[in-house]
Design a protein around this ligand. Structure first.
Ligand SMILES: [Zn+2]
Length: 320
């Protein structure tokens, strides 16, 4: 297994959001990547500058941050060529790793614009090193900057931040400090290419947890009433686990529930209902074998919600 740690730099409309291309709000202008083997040793690097074709000047704020001139980019290659080279270079049996959740999405959005998304079929699974860093060193999915993480880990910072190659290199070094347990237990399932029909729904099975992306529904209410969306099967045996804490949401963003498998014990679940650009809704659910701590945390969330209920309308409990 190889880890492909990559970082992208992108440009946006130099004349402001109003003039943004709806299919391409962020045009990728640089790809930097590092390939690591399974002992986190660097085995190769990849770098391309990309000649823009949508925005013909660099937005001031972008130029100030990444120090790339429009003229520099004229020596780059067109995006489709860079993306193809990159995916060829990734080879096979790899997992993407990035700092944060935006790079994997923007890469797909740019591929989509050029009609080449079929080269990266779903499910697209990656490791969000920013969130892994938080889980390991802050005890929760915090959103630290890459610069903070390198300082925290005393990583040598002779290179500049905010150039694709350097940031990929820094991210790779942070990744090598993440425990294998945390890395394996927390893959991110990207939702850019989410299922439209029942047939395309994504069910992924890992050793002690499962992930599910539903098809689209016309409303949030329809989504949270669907049997498959609200089902909680034990990740170990696949049997329906009996609900002990009904689905609830303290914030209308994330829903939680607890169930019990007769053979394997407590099963926790969380679910986000996501909205598409076309105002459709789909569910993004994770179910895992829960520790006592996980269950306590969910109980605390529910108790806090109940306390709030009555004077606050943004909480909701489902009948299921
Ligand atoms: Zn079971």
């Amino acid at each position: 297994m190889n880890y492909i740690v990559f970082d992208l730099e992108w440009n946006q409309s130099p004349n402001g959001k109003k003039y943004s291309h709806p299919q391409m709000p962020f045009e990728i202008i640089e790809i930097g990547a590092v390939r690591l083997d399974d002992s986190f040793q660097v085995t190769d690097t990849f770098h391309r500058l990309i000649r823009p074709s949508v925005y013909h000047w660099i937005h001031n704020s972008i130029r100030d941050v990444i120090h790339v001139n429009y003229r520099d980019l004229q020596s780059g290659v067109p995006f489709p060529e860079a993306a193809r080279d990159f995916l060829d270079w990734c080879d096979y049996e790899y997992i993407f790793c990035t700092w944060g959740n935006q790079d994997v999405m923007e890469f797909q959005r740019n591929m989509d614009y050029y009609g080449m998304l079929h080269l990266l079929p779903p499910p697209v699974i990656y490791s969000n090193v920013q969130s892994l860093f938080g889980l390991q060193f802050d005890g929760e999915e915090s959103c630290r900057s890459l610069e903070y993480a390198t300082e925290f880990l005393h990583i040598n910072k002779e290179m500049d931040f905010h150039r694709a190659m350097n940031d990929a290199m820094f991210t790779a070094q942070v990744l090598s400090h993440i425990s294998l347990d945390i890395l394996k237990m927390h893959p991110t399932l990207d939702v850019y290419q989410h299922p439209e029909s029942k047939k395309e729904e994504i069910h992924l099975q890992f050793p002690s947890f499962s992930k599910y992306l539903s098809r689209e529904f016309i409303s949030r209410e329809k989504a949270v009433k669907d049997r498959e969306v609200t089902s909680t099967r034990c990740p170990l045996c696949g049997k329906n686990a009996r609900r002990t804490v009904r689905w609830f949401t303290p914030n209308n963003r994330v829903y939680y529930s607890v169930s019990r498998c007769a053979d394997h014990g407590a099963v926790a679940a969380n679910m986000r209902i996501r909205k598409t650009a076309d105002e459709m809704y789909f569910a993004d659910k994770t179910i895992w074998m829960a520790s006592g701590e996980d269950i306590d945390a969910i109980h605390r969330k529910r108790d806090a919600m109940k306390k709030k209920q009555g004077n606050c309308s943004d909480t909701e409990q489902l009948r299921k």
